[in-house]
Design a protein around this ligand. Structure first.
Ligand SMILES: Nc1ncnc2c1ncn2[C@@H]1O[C@H](COP(=O)(O)OP(=O)(O)OP(=O)(O)O)[C@@H](O)[C@H]1O
Ligand SMILES: [Mg+2]
Length: 333
């Protein structure tokens, strides 16, 4: 059994908005093991990026309230101060975003940006850091790493920039790599290459990867485990095969039903389930999916915990309905 690198418990990320306090992440508990790729899926606004924010401390401000805990190798990221977080960010937990152009420094050569990331966390000479940066740029598949190192971000293509971002993310062998829609802005061929690169890095560096994506085709291809988020909570989690083949939660069942045939064209976004997701400040005490759920029942008025129910061991879901009711939902689809 591999080591648990990240232990998230009842994590909440709330924002002050004009209408009140918005629970973007509303009590998430999750374990991440080294060397695994966990796909985090869910509709727009379900809190995937806010969860990333809660873990990395990025964009924390006076209007953001974070509670619960997220232990990275013994350090609680929620309780950590700015200095501790800065140390862990990059070396322990690294993040790759959708928009590499915005994340890179426009007026600095990319080789230098990689080298500086290395020097921030390792005590090595400038020359050694530069050599290591070039090795990394080669590692992430840039055909001419020397030339790439000398380029400014705008001189590189979108796919090349995303590779540079991944090189920066991997510069200090992070235990956890969070990739928030890393391929959404890229065309399909380049997307496949970047995903293959992430998988290779997962194998070679042993990092745990959290891949946030709307693309269920991608999830089916690369994920070891899948966590499904709805209205700030994880409502189902399990191995890829378990979740894809035996989904338990009516929301997951709906998501998968909206997925096109495997041999058909792939949608860029998740197809809609009837009704709209909960995004306001007021949340029901019970299951948040009730207004859209074809199986909603009186029993759903109380908050359903995420736990082992009818799935295989390790396959948890937050639907209180008996398995027979879920079978009906699956058959009706
Ligand atoms: N800085 C912020 N201030 C106020 N509200 C925010 C802030 N960031 C996110 N939110 C709100 O929190 C909720 C969760 O947003 P989040 O960006 O985490 O969703 P997401 O799952 O990443 O969606 P997408 O798939 O579109 O990226 C949304 O209702 C969003 O409007
Ligand atoms: Mg997001």
């Amino acid at each position: 059994m591999s080591e648990t690198v990240l232990k998230i418990r009842d994590l909440k990320v709330e924002f002050d908005v004009p209408a009140g306090r918005l629970p973007a992440v509303n009590g998430v508990s999750l374990d991440l093991r080294s060397g695994e790729l966990l796909a985090l899926v869910g509709e727009s606004g379900s809190g995937k990026s806010a969860l990333t924010m809660g873990l990395t401390g990025l964009n924390r401000g006076p209007r953001t309230h974070i509670s619960g805990s997220a232990e990275y190798r013994g350090t609680d990221l929620v309780a950590a101060n700015g200095k501790q977080l800065q140390k862990i960010r990059g070396a322990g937990i690294a993040v790759v975003f959708q928009d590499a152009l915005a994340a890179l420094n426009p007026v600095q050569r990319v080789g230098k940006q990689v080298a500086e990331m290395i020097r921030q966390h390792q005590d090595i000479s400038k020359a050694d850091a530069q050599r290591k940066a070039q090795d990394l740029l080669k590692d992430v598949g840039l055909a001419n790493p020397q030339q790439a190192a000398r380029a400014y971000p705008h001189q590189l293509s979108g796919g090349m920039r995303q590779r540079v971002m991944i090189a920066i993310a991997l510069a200090n062998d992070p235990g956890v790599l969070i990739a928030d829609e890393p391929t959404t802005a890229l065309d399909v061929t380049i997307q496949a290459q970047v995903l293959a690169l992430l998988k290779r890095m997962q194998a070679e560096h042993g990092s745990a990867i959290v891949l946030i994506t709307h693309d269920l085709g991608v999830v089916a291809e690369v994920a070891d485990r899948i966590a499904v988020m709805y209205a700030g909570r994880i409502i189902e989690v399990g191995t890829r095969d378990e979740v894809l083949n035996h989904p338990q939660h009516p929301y997951t069942i709906g998501l998968l039903n909206s997925m096109p045939r495997i041999d058909g064209p792939r949608p860029r976004r998740l197809a809609a389930i009837a009704g709209s997701p909960l995004t306001g400040v007021n949340r029901p005490t019970g299951c948040a999916f009730v207004p859209r759920c074809p199986l909603a029942h009186e029993a759903c008025q109380e908050r359903p915990p995420l736990e082992q129910r009818d799935g295989e061991p390790g396959h948890l879901d937050a639907c209180v309905l008996p398995g027979t009711a879920k079978d009906t939902a699956r058959d009706a689809a």
